[in-house]
Structure formats: structure tokens, C-alpha cells
Design a protein around this ligand. Structure first.
Ligand code: NAD
Length: 264
């Protein structure tokens, strides 16, 4: 009936609350007729996720800690039993010990490095492998990244290295899965005030800097990331894979402070 995602079924991973980027994408997909399942990290989050899912007409919640292979396996087994197939997955998950999201990158210990890369990069590969087996009519896999992968941002540190690996994995998986008409893309979002972002040192300063120096002279919203999400998860982008798409009010291409912006 004219909706862009009518008849599509997808899994949203990484919704923690109503500030989450995953929530912006979920709302936009539901508005376009998609049927949604939600994977949440641990029991503590269920009471936040359940009412948000319900408001979009879904009571399909699955607990999944992506650092556990058995949780990932269980999640897609459940989807296979309930739905039989899958059209899309949103991976909006990242984590690093916030102790190392300040100061110098070079001081990151091995353990903190490996955990950040495991949860923020490898989990998308592990999820893509299981999800792709259920994408019998093709599909779309989407993750979230940040400009700190491409350029040095203060305090982003080991997350920048994890996002660089994540972006490269988007390209390798796009090559692996293209033959099955499964597309793999990432949205590189500008800074947004979320739970995850609050762990980054001086995040308020980063927000202010982007607001003043973006071509659009403001910060991006989760609704705007949701709009780009609909593009990647629907057939609108059927010719697009391996793409890192910036939704950041244009900040990524700025080479110098906007001279018309006020000082901070
Ligand atoms: P958020 O805190 O709302 O979401 C992060 C999610 O990751 C949470 O739901 C959390 O439960 C989940 N998570 C962490 N470890 C997990 C694990 N082991 N198993 C399962 N889930 C786990 O914050 P957000 O900003 O919406 O983050 C979503 C994604 O967007 C992240 O990849 C983040 O790096 C990326 N991103 C955020 C910004 C920003 O400024 N907020 C900018 C660009 C990219």
C-alpha cells in the first residue's frame, strides 16, 4: 500500500532506550510497514525495550549478548523458528571500557583493545554470518560507524580503531554476500547524545564543535539517521552495497572551522 518496507521482517540490535540510534531506525522502519524483532543485551534493559517495541506493534524480544557465540546462535535459531526467513538486520552496537576513551590511544592495554574490537567489530561479522543464512530472498545488513574511524578525534581512541576495522569488514562482507543479493552497508552518524556516547571524554565539547562547524550548523537527530536507515534497509538502495554513508550534517567533508560560526 505504498509503504517502502511493507512485508519486510527485520531484527534491530542495540536499542537501549529512547535516545538510542537503533530506536530512531526502528521507528522509521515501522512507519514504512516493517515488522520488527528486537535483540537486547541483558535482562536489565528488557523493561526499557519492551514498551518501546510495543509502541511499534512488536512483542518479539530476544536477549542477546553479542560477546557470546551461543547467544548469537540462539537468536537466529529463534528467528528461523518464528519467521522462517529474515530481510534485514540493524547492528547498532559498540562498546569500549570508558577508562580508555580519554587520554592517549597508545596507552590502551591488550585486554581493552581486544574487547573493544570483539564487541564493536567482530560481533557484526558473527551476526552477519548467521543472519545471511536466513536471507533467502536477499537482504540488507546495516551497522553504525563514526568519523573517528577515518580521522583522529580526541578521546575516541580504541573505538576509532574498532570502527576502522568495522568499516573494512563492511566491504569484505559486501563482497562475500553479494552473490546472494545480500547487501552490507554502514551509516557514519554525526555525534548524538546517547548512553554509549556519554562514555567518551569531553563529549559535550564534541557535540558543540560539530554543531558550530557542520555545513548545516546543527547536530544530526536519530530520526534523520532513521531516514537513511529506511533507504539502506528497503529496496530504494537495491543497487548499493559496501557503502559507508555519512549522516552528519556534512561535517565529514569540512577541512577548516566555519568562519561564520561563533567561537566556543
Ligand atoms: P546506545 O548506548 O543507545 O546503544 C549502544 C548499544 O550497544 C546498547 O543498546 C547496548 O546494550 C549495546 N551493547 C553494548 N555491548 C553489547 C553486547 N556485548 N551485546 C549486545 N549489545 C551490546 O548508543 P548509540 O549511540 O545509539 O550507539 C549505537 C551505535 O551507533 C554504536 O555502534 C555507536 O558506536 C554508533 N555511533 C554512535 C554515535 C553517537 O554519537 N551516539 C555516532 C556514530 C556512531
Amino acid at each position: 500500500e505504498g509503504k517502502l518496507m511493507q512485508g519486510k521482517r527485520g531484527l534491530i540490535m542495540g536499542m537501549a532506550n529512547n535516545h538510542s540510534i537503533a530506536w530512531g531506525i526502528a521507528q522509521a522502519c515501522a512507519l514504512q510497514g516493517a515488522e520488527l524483532a528486537f535483540a537486547y543485551q541483558g535482562e536489565a534493559l528488557e523493561k526499557r525495550v519492551r514498551p518501546l517495541a510495543a509502541s511499534l506493534g512488536s512483542d518479539y524480544l530476544i536477549q542477546c549478548d553479542v560477546s557470546e557465540d551461543k547467544d548469537i546462535e540462539k537468536t537466529f535459531k529463534d528467528i528461523e523458528e518464528k519467521w522462517g526467513k529474515l530481510d534485514f538486520v540493524v547492528h547498532a552496537i559498540g562498546w569500549a571500557d570508558k577508562q580508555y576513551l580519554r587520554g592517549r590511544y597508545i596507552d590502551t592495554p591488550r585486554e581493552a583493545f581486544l574487547t573493544a574490537l570483539d564487541i564493536s567489530c567482530f560481533s557484526f561479522t558473527a551476526v552477519a554470518k548467521e543472519a545471511s543464512k536466513l536471507m533467502k530472498d536477499g537482504g540488507s545488513l546495516l551497522t553504525l560507524t563514526y568519523l573517528g574511524a577515518e580521522r583522529v578525534m580526541p578521546h575516541y581512541n580504541v573505538m576509532g580503531i574498532a570502527k576502522a576495522a568495522l568499516e573494512s569488514s563492511v566491504q569484505y562482507m559486501a563482497a562475500d554476500l553479494g552473490v546472494d543479493n545480500i547487501r552490507v552497508n554502514a551509516i557514519s552518524a554525526g555525534p548524538i547524545k546517547t548512553l554509549a556516547a556519554s562514555g567518551i571524554g569531553d563529549f559535550r565539547y564534541i557535540l558543540k564543535w560539530n554543531q558550530l562547524n557542520s555545513p548545516l550548523q546543527r547536530n544530526v537527530t536519530i530520526d534523520e539517521v532513521g531516514g537513511a536507515g529506511v533507504y539502506f534497509l528497503s529496496d530504494l538502495s537495491r543497487g548499493v552495497t559496501g557503502e559507508i554513508h555519512h549522516v552528519d550534517c556534512g561535517y565529514h567533508m569540512v577541512g577548516m572551522k566555519n568562519p561564520t560560526a561563533p567561537d566556543i
